[in-house]
Design a protein around this ligand. Structure first.
Ligand SMILES: [Zn+2]
Length: 464
């Protein structure tokens, strides 16, 4: 560590990162006076600090369950307090911590409500035996990647937020609104003691106009073939979980009967799955198609364009293991459905029943998630993010998109906050699919750009 003239402690030394300086030099004239300050920032040092911070952050095993995030919360708190940023901390349950720090507006009466940089500290479990030589909680740096559970989801994004936030503070940037950095628990279990707890109990302390969260990313293959596309997520899909139950007549396997519940269930599921839902695409999907033309064909683009059903379990048989020569009296299936915004959940459930084509089956609704709220993308923060992305990736097309899974954003959207999901890095399909899987990692070469995109967007929207 060294202490440069301005008294700010930063890591010294250099690492190999993709350089965009030449490119930016030509573009700097187009930036605002506030962002011109970026020339004074030693981005190599910021990048190196980000890499070492993320590596250390990954080493806290915050797997949920149990989702004990105290160690990682202490780690973040120490960093923030060292920079003179007071931390407000809540411990709503054993091991569960949510904390935030705020850089205040320079004006006594802020011109606008805050921007909230939101990330979660908890991670999903990692099966170390499937990671080869890599320790999922080692924070290893090799082959140009930072490896580990949470590298992408979501300690990586959180670290990029943190570095943009610390840079704002260190540069003493005058703001016309507060910028808040918040880290929460429990996102991977839908946030009862994390974001949801904060929204239900401490919303007044946050009250953001904007939330920056996870969701979108850049890719040359995921959205369209050979085309660099950055998505900024503006909505999620609504979850509907269904249990389908067939009852019939049990008997000896040697004498098939017409009321075998397995037969009924399998035939009904076959009818349902063979006739995919003609879901009417939401305006977000229509705009996505208009901008990109034909989308690449993969499970991700299918999921962001359509209401989907996944048959996730089939349960039947008598005895354990089930006896092969016994026809059971009951068979059950579960279906995980994800609805495109604008789809009416109860109408959808009726369509599923009709699709099964068997009134004798019981369809039980196990869960109807909160309705999706779509954040409009005609806003200053969206535009600022999009233009910062293009400054650093001149060939990129930026699109507003859906994400097929849930995040903490939706609870904020229900309170009226404008929430965008973005990790502004170019990722390969195999990196994207490492999320929640094995070998999760992010490329070091994208770290500097990601921090700068966040920083420049914050300056543009929150700078005086
Ligand atoms: Zn996440």
């Amino acid at each position: 560590m060294s202490i440069p003239e301005d008294g700010v402690t930063v890591a010294s030394g250099r690492i190999a990162v993709m350089r965009t300086r030449m490119l930016l030099l030509g573009l700097v004239f187009g930036l605002t006076a506030a962002s011109a300050r970026t020339q004074e920032i030693d981005w190599d040092a910021v990048t190196e600090e980000a890499v070492s911070t993320l590596r250390e952050y990954i080493r806290f095993d915050t797997t949920v369950p149990p989702g004990d995030v105290r160690g990682s919360a202490d780690f973040l708190q120490e960093i923030l307090e060292r920079e003179g940023l007071p931390v407000t901390r809540f411990e709503p349950g054993p091991g569960k911590v949510n904390l935030f720090a705020r850089i205040e507006s320079a004006t006594a009466e802020p011109a606008h409500k805050p921007i909230l940089l939101l990330h979660h500290m908890d991670v999903v479990p990692a099966d170390a035996s499937r990671w080869g030589d890599v320790d999922p909680f080692g924070g290893e740096l090799s082959d140009g990647y930072i490896w580990g559970r949470g590298a992408m989801d979501m300690k990586g994004t959180g670290t990029m937020h943190l570095m943009a936030f610390l840079t704002l503070k260190r540069q003493n940037v005058a703001l016309d609104r507060d910028v808040i950095l918040m880290a929460v628990a429990d996102e991977e279990i839908a946030g009862p003691l994390g974001a949801r707890y904060m929204v239900d109990n401490h919303y007044d302390a946050l009250d953001p106009e904007y939330v920056l969260d996870e969701g979108g990313f850049g890719s040359r293959e995921m959205y369209a073939e050979d085309k660099l596309v950055f998505s900024i997520s503006v909505a999620e899909k609504q979850v509907v979980w269904l249990k389908i139950r067939a009852e019939g007549v049990s008997g000896h396997g040697s004498q098939p009967n017409a009321d075998n519940p397995n037969d009924r269930l399998v035939r009904a599921l076959g009818r349902l799955l063979d006739a995919p839902f003609p879901s009417s695409p939401s305006p977000v999907v229509r705009a996505l198609r208009e901008t990109l033309g034909t989308l690449a064909e993969n499970k991700f683009t299918n999921a962001i364009q359509n209401t989907t059903l996944s048959l996730t379990s089939l349960q039947s048989g008598v005895g354990s293991p089930p006896k092969i020569n016994v026809i059971p009296s009951v068979a059950e299936a579960t279906i995980d459905c994800r609805l495109i915004p604008g789809t009416d959940a109860s109408e959808f459930i009726e369509e599923v029943k009709a699709g099964l084509g068997d009134d004798g089956l019981t369809v039980e609704v196990a869960l109807v998630g909160e309705e999706s709220v779509v954040t409009p993308h005609d806003t200053p923060l969206y535009r600022a993010l999009a233009s910062a992305i293009v400054r650093h990736n001149p060939e990129a097309t930026v699109v507003a998109s859906l994400i097929p899974y849930g995040t903490d954003s939706n609870v904020f959207r229900h309170r009226g906050a404008l929430s965008y999901g973005l990790l502004p890095m170019v990722l390969t399909a195999s990196i994207v699919s490492s999320m929640h899987s094995d070998a999760e990692r992010i490329p070091v070469s994208e770290v500097e750009k990601a921090i700068r995109i966040f920083y420049e967007a914050l300056i543009q929207v929150a700078g005086t």
